[in-house]
Design a protein around this ligand. Structure first.
Ligand code: NAD
Ligand code: UDP
Length: 322
């Protein structure tokens, strides 16, 4: 009999790619989403391939028919624009919402994976970040609602594991990019491509020396699936360890798109992490995962996608803070 998976946040950027991966492996897949930040267009293809959709907010009462072997909780607004717009909703989603999914896991003896984040490390003082590092998070800063939501979600998973024996998995996801990102969600890749396609200067917050490590979305979805199959309960970093400065990314995007408008420096937002690179030794050890898509190939795919998005809706603009 086919395995059944529930993907909360299945209508989002990462969730929709994960649904497609699971369908390709023969799973019956149900996406659970309230489309607060997701888009129906993300799952058009998956729906044709047999994906079922349940529209609900995971932090409220909801009903999903049938039993599941695997529950992936990717439901959470995830971009800095969302941190400003809906901080309480973000906290509710990782607390009451994640608890609802853990209760299903407990009842049905299903595995439950929580999509945590590199933000659990905050403005890290250890580099690269390994899973044993407890982090440097400002709970009352602009990112506090998201960082603490992720840390709480991790703690809640461990509580259900220790108290009820639920088979929990914790994925600390690092910056991921690719088709289906919202062009106006304010993150670096959508901003740079949207600006470059409009022949605008790319906005760099601070001097651009801060670093991030970018993982292509299909590689990331694969790491979540592989982690779920493993027996590792403690947190595991999921991401690509190839690190670039923000300035390097701007130079690559301007070159790739032939944009001659250059760059524009703006003040650095509060608590913006200075460096970020996952130590992926544990992920490789417990799952055998390795990245398959190079930054060059991934950015070329992202470029094609943002071109299409802007063709569909030419009035889209990058979301720039300040
Ligand atoms: P996204 O906004 O595209 O996807 C999140 C999805 O969850 C959306 O479809 C949204 O409508 C849905 N959702 C949010 N709250 C919900 C709720 N209460 N009930 C039901 N559905 C809800 O974001 P994404 O980039 O695909 O991120 C997916 C997950 O991965 C998130 O948990 C995010 O925190 C985590 N993550 C992402 C990244 C990244 O680089 N994209 C990095 C670290 C962690
Ligand atoms: N960033 C930037 N210009 C932009 C958008 C983002 O310089 O138009 C910077 C941002 O300050 C951060 C990095 O790019 O240092 C990654 O930002 P993003 O919001 O994509 O991810 P996160 O900070 O959550 O890792």
């Amino acid at each position: 009999m086919a395995k059944r998976a529930l993907v909360a946040g299945g209508g989002g950027f990462l969730g929709s790619h994960l649904c497609e991966l699971l369908l390709s492996k023969g799973y019956e897949v149900v996406a659970l989403d309230n489309f607060v930040t997701g888009r129906r267009a993300n799952i058009e293809n998956a729906l044709k391939l047999g994906l079922k959709l349940v529209e609900a907010d995971i932090s409220k009462n909801f009903k999903v028919e049938g039993r599941f072997d695997e529950i992936y909780n990717l439901a959470s607004p995830a971009s800095p624009v969302d941190f400003k717009k809906m901080p309480i909703f973000i906290l509710d989603t990782a607390s009451a919402g994640h608890r609802n999914l853990l209760e299903i896991g407990r009842e049905q003896k299903a595995r439950v994976l929580f999509a945590s984040s590199s933000e659990a490390y905050g403005d890290a003082e250890v580099h690269p970040q390994h899973e044993g590092y407890f982090g440097n998070v400002n709970p009352v800063g602009a990112r506090g609602c998201y960082d603490e939501a992720k840390r709480f979600g991790e703690a809640l998973s461990m509580a259900f594991h220790r108290q009820h024996g639920v088979e929990t998995r914790l994925a600390r996801i690092f910056n991921t990019y690719g088709p289906r990102m919202r062009p106006d969600d304010g993150r670096i890749i959508p901003n740079f491509f949207t600006q470059a396609l409009k022949k605008q200067a790319l906005t760099i917050y601070g001097d651009g020396s801060q670093t991030r490590s970018f993982c292509f979305v299909t590689d990331l979805a694969r790491s979540l699936f592989m982690l779920m199959q493993s027996s590792e309960v403690m947190p595991v970093n999921c991401g690509n360890p190839t690190e670039r400065t923000v300035l390097e990314m701007a130079t690559i995007v301007n070159k790739m798109t032939g944009n001659t408008a250059g760059i524009r420096n703006l003040p650095l937002p509060e608590n913006d992490p200075k460096v970020r690179r996952p130590d992926t030794a544990k992920l490789e050890r417990v799952t055998g995962w390795k990245p398959e898509v190079s930054l060059e190939d991934g950015l070329a795919k992202a470029y094609e996608y943002f071109k299409m998005e802007l063709k569909r809706n030419p009035s889209i603009e990058a979301t720039v803070f300040q």
